[in-house]
Design a protein around this ligand. Sequence first.
Ligand code: FAD
Length: 566
Amino acid sequence: SGRRPGVSNLLLVVAAASSGGLVAYADSGSDAAVEQPQLPPRKKVVVLGTGWGGTTFLRNLDSRLYDVQVISPRNYFAFTPLLPSVTSGTVEPRSIVEPIRRVLEKKGGEIKFWEAECFKIDPQSKKIHCRSNVGTSLEGNGEFLVDYDYLVVAVGARTNTFNTPGVVENCHFLKEVEDAQKIRRSVMDCFERASLPFLNEEERKKNLHFVVVGGGPTGVEFAASLHDFVTEDLSKLYPSIQHLVKISLIEAADHILTMFDKRITNFAEDKFGRDGIDVKTGYKVVKVSKDDITMQNPATGDISVPYGMAVWSTGIGTRPFVVEFMKQIGQANRRVLATDEWLRVRECDGVYAIGDCATINQRKVMEDISEIFRVADKDKSGTLTVKEIQDILDDIYVRYPQVQLYLKSKQMNGIADLVRSAKGDAEKESVELNIEEFKKALSLVDSQVKFLPATAQVASQQGQYLARCFNKMKDAEENPEGPIRIRGEGRHRFRPFRYRHLGQFAPLGGEQTAAQLPGDWISIGHSSQWLWYSVYATKQISWRTRMLVVSDWTRRFIFGRDSSCI
Ligand code: FAD
């Protein structure tokens, strides 16, 4: 290959020699014509994205084994759980980002990074089409092609507007660091505008009406952190207009935080009520104009409210180039890339998908669950007793904790209803449930688009799992039968991916957080806030960001939040 020996190359020589990969000798091209071992070409791994999935994959990958290239339009990793804190100036934007080149440097400098975005995947020729995003004056518009043997798609998702008119033009999103910075500036602009001498009371009120659309974890946390910013800091700086501030949280469902335990939902709604945050549940936003937000409610019909700033946070959608890719590979009817339990994109050789852009193959999971039902129906009567049903569900929960998690969500209540009715009848021991009814409920679950929640927790566990598989891939290729026998037909090289749910937080402002931990352990209040601080300090990906974040929190405790419009 003519490679000059360097520390990492020497490592490769040692690695190749130890694995019997010493195949030929070649001239190094240096003045001393020393013969060198020619390394077998390493397989090319291309990683798309430097978010939770991509970065965790890279940090865990043994990069000496592959020729690794990373492509992402942003050259840093962002710690998204702290984005709401950036909107209020509790934490500075630079404190939650880590330059990706610094992450790669720690891997020995073997990994190449291109700041560009992929706009097309060609699975037939195993090439991806990319466009640099650092200037359009580049030759050919900065477009280039990259070959891969293995492609890891970890491009996340974009905000879903449900094609609601006016959202893109008039609302802020909260997905990227830039979004959080824009929101912070916009909040301050609203206060400064409302303070101008020539405005009347109505105009001041309009400017100080902050609307958050979407009562999920992000919308709720943003509303809470804005409320803290206003009451703890801005009310002192803008005393004459502070009584005009209004924060509204609009949610189409009947409650906010529906993916959490009912106790957390109730606590959050009560707390927001006490704090004066106007929680409007059962309202669907249908249009956003420059001055008004129009929403629909079956009881009230259409209502329009003037607003100063709106943040749209109603869930996630698929990136356009991923939609195109899905059409090419026969997944056009899905909203996220379907993978099997080994995170391989179905019907697509060498392509893997992790994080928000992917989901595990639900059909396979459903087949497994059906199998559990079939086995449980020992007497083949086609009916199951309540006890059998409960045993089945315990078995499902052990194998698929995410099912249990999602049974709580409104969409999944098909099975949940059946279970509830089964449990309700539990005292009458004679009651039996028809297995066909369960199958019907299962098909309800199957029609759901996503199986795993779109969280950093899932993305990083998938990144770690996939890197471990890649690290063992060579061994597995030499022993294709694989060491592990998996239940069912056929042999696989690796154990399938299993998500381990470690719990979730919902910060509610006023130094209070709700925590739902494994085993349905619920904790709400100040003690959970301290748990939140410690978990997020621990989860930082470098000591640098950990120090910065902790010092930002300390600065905020001592001096309050910064209200300048920089
Ligand atoms: P991302 O982390 O979004 O990374 C996607 C990467 O792909 C980025 O680097 C992006 O630049 C890159 N990319 C985009 N397009 C292209 C392209 N065309 N070509 C190449 N690269 C591309 N989860 C939790 O578990 N706990 C929380 O507390 C939590 N809080 C959150 C708060 C907010 C405000 C938000 C927005 C999310 C939060 N999440 C939380 C969810 C979590 O951030 C996501 O689930 C997680 O980021 C998904 O990781 P990912 O790797 O799939 O995508």
